[in-house]
Design a protein around this ligand. Structure first.
Ligand code: FES
Ligand SMILES: [Fe+2]
Length: 349
């Protein structure tokens, strides 16, 4: 089931971990239905190009990196990191052929806090209008390091994956487990929300007493959860000096497949010790979200109801409104106005 509106333009999408791309490494990633070459030069610079050779369509990702260029596997045409062709081996010296007039589409790429971000531009030659989000824990070199990562592909469109993750009412059912929630733990909640840059924030509050896994942090815990377009969720948990940031980056691969990557950053050295214990829970938790959209997909083959109710589905409603407002601002070239109104939402979960 494709979404009614395609993935938004003029925004950054998280396409992978820095550590997954070694010098001279290259691979194909799908992003919003487009084949993207992700590659790294011999001296370590990551770049992204359309993964289709303009000569006769061979995937550049099937070729190799030579110095700071990619070489097509078919006839050896070479392209620089900005997509400009630099060499065509079959051209003889007497042929006056301006190879630099040949170009393959280039995507802006940023590498930050151990993550690779690719910008989907509405106008492919325009410069990005923003920068990807920065994570909060500066180490000595000013970068945050991903401490724990789990990535799974959901057989769902972007919208169903995003809405499934932000939906507050599914917890006690989808995530019913001794280490997280039970049906008996359901209780009424009131959470204050404010608009934030390109999304909304559930302002700092005490996390649910029924989320057992939070207890490991000890102390007086507070949580702040923020959603930002296109599809990024941050959960920042503080307990005294201890801080954990959970980033959920949802990346549309194509109309029917979406990658969900959960990345944790933290500032507690001792947490490295509990990491092996923590990992299976993270995997199981995201697996629960994946399984429910797999089940939902069966239903969506026959009908696609969207009966969004107050207040538990208000975050989903906001998501659709934000998406619409952003898409309109991109098409019309006018500034984006956040449609979310400050509000306390009430639900039971
Ligand atoms: S298809 Fe790439 S060089 Fe011919
Ligand atoms: Fe969930």
């Amino acid at each position: 089931m494709a979404d009614e509106t395609p993935p938004l333009r003029n925004l950054w999408y998280m396409v992978g971990l820095s550590s997954s791309l070694k010098p001279k490494g290259l691979r194909r990633e799908m992003l919003a239905g487009e084949p993207v070459l992700l590659a790294r030069t011999a001296d370590g610079r990551a770049f992204a190009l359309r993964d289709i050779c303009p000569h006769r369509a061979a995937p550049l990702s099937g070729g190799r990196i030579v110095g700071s260029e990619v070489e097509c596997p078919y006839h050896g045409w070479r392209f620089k990191t900005d997509g400009v062709c630099s060499a065509i081996p079959s051209v003889v010296a007497e042929q006056d052929f301006a190879v630099e007039r040949i170009r393959v589409n280039h995507y802006p790429l940023r590498e930050q806090d151990g993550l690779l971000w690719v910008y989907l531009a509405a106008d492919k030659d325009a410069e990005p209008i923003s920068e990807p989000p920065k994570m909060p824990f500066g180490s000595t070199d000013g970068r945050s390091i991903p401490r724990l990562v789990e990535s799974q592909i959901f057989p769902a469109s972007l919208d169903h994956a995003v809405v499934g993750l932000m939906d507050p009412a599914h917890g006690p059912f989808v995530h019913r487990a001794w280490w997280w929630r039970s049906e008996a733990s359901i209780h009424a909640k009131a959470k204050h929300h404010t608009p934030s840059m390109r999304g909304f924030t559930m302002v700092s509050h005490k996390p649910s007493a029924n989320s057992s896994l939070y207890k490991i942090l000890g102390g007086d815990r507070t949580t702040e959860i923020r959603f930002e377009l296109p599809s990024i969720r941050y959960e920042r948990i503080r307990a005294g000096k201890n801080e954990v940031l959970g980033l959920t980056a949802v990346t549309p691969l194509d109309d029917e497949n979406t990658r969900v990557t959960q990345v944790f950053y933290w500032n507690m050295p001792w947490a490295a010790l509990v990491r092996p214990f923590f990992r299976p829970f993270v995997r199981a938790f995201i697996g629960q979200d994946r399984k429910i959209v797999e089940m939902q997909k069966e239903g969506l083959k026959f009908a696609s109801p969207q009966m969004l109710i107050q207040d538990a589905d208000v975050p989903a409603l906001w998501y659709y409104r934000l998406k619409k407002a952003w898409a309109e601002s991109v098409t019309s070239g006018t500034p984006f106005t956040n449609p979310v109104q400050e509000r306390t939402l009430h639900w039971r979960s």
